[in-house]
Design a protein around this ligand. Sequence first.
Ligand SMILES: Cc1ncc(COP(=O)(O)O)c(C=O)c1O
Length: 360
Amino acid sequence: VKSRVYNFSAGPAALPLPVLETIQSELLDWKGVGVSMLELNHRSDHFAEVMEKSERDLRELMGISDDYRVLFLAGGARVQFSLIPMNILGQKNTADYVDTGFWSQVAWKEAEHYCTVNVVASGATDEYRSIPSRSTWRLNSEAAYLHYTANETIGGVEFHSIPEGIEVPLCVDMTSNILAYPVDVSRFGILYAGIAGLTIVIVRKDLLEKATLTTPMAFNYTLQDKHKSILITAPTFAWYVAGLVFDWVKQQGGLSAMALINERKAALIYSVIDRYPDFYRNVIHTSCRSRMNIPFTLPDKILEEKFLKAAEAENFYYLKGHAVSGGIRVTLYNAISEKITMLLAAFMEDFAERFGKISK
Ligand SMILES: Cc1ncc(COP(=O)(O)O)c(C=O)c1O
């Protein structure tokens, strides 16, 4: 579609064009039933089809075993920041959190309303340029769980492997890197990811039945599991779109195929940044650079404005960094193709050639 721009937004973010086209073609009449997905009752047999296929596809893509329940809950990932302690603490009153930047902080500060939070390690000592080495973590064996943020969407640090040697259930926020690479779900107690208006919560069965009586019923994992996530009127459209995305990822060859593409895309953008270190500045340690969100700054604000303007002239949109960090952020989720990434890399290279020398 000619009028569409290259959308580098970190969220809500670009969707694959075939997914948008399917939504468009099905919008007025979903699969010949004479009703739009926007109008279909969440308890109808037709929506049950969407529910079953989406869960089946997600289980297949991520290799989720029968030991886990998959919930599709209303609200975004921030809702889970409260729901995890409400649902999982049980008799315990303390939880471990790793502080790697903005999102992990929001998570542990929210958890403090429900329990004593033990921050096992904080990237603050390094201005959040790296993830604190696992050997420095001060774990609490009494913790109900350990929570970490797999990818800091704003700061641009990402865990490149699952932390080892954690005895308590591991709880991971994969909001900005779910389905980007294969992940061993069996290592987790809870794996969750928020998309606009919907959160996917993959929870190990033995962690159910621990919710406090004051947990809102709409957000009680056990109750929602018993009701197949439709105890309340579910966010049906977001769920349907998520299902279309799962299907698209399968058609791309699944998570191993996505991982190879994602590695190449990130390597390309970092290679331009590293070629012009005085111009494009990404301060994150190489070992924990995010492959999904790449933040960087230019020598001054005027050049950053110029960069964003020039980018838009070439159809590259939403590259402005998050308000709390400023600068530029390149987001490379699955729907950003290798070809688009190459175009952006070429633009960045050209911009650095044109303005890099002048700024020195
Ligand atoms: C890693 C991470 N966790 C949590 C959130 C919060 O998600 P929501 O706005 O859906 O509550 C975000 C939002 O961007 C995020 O990037």
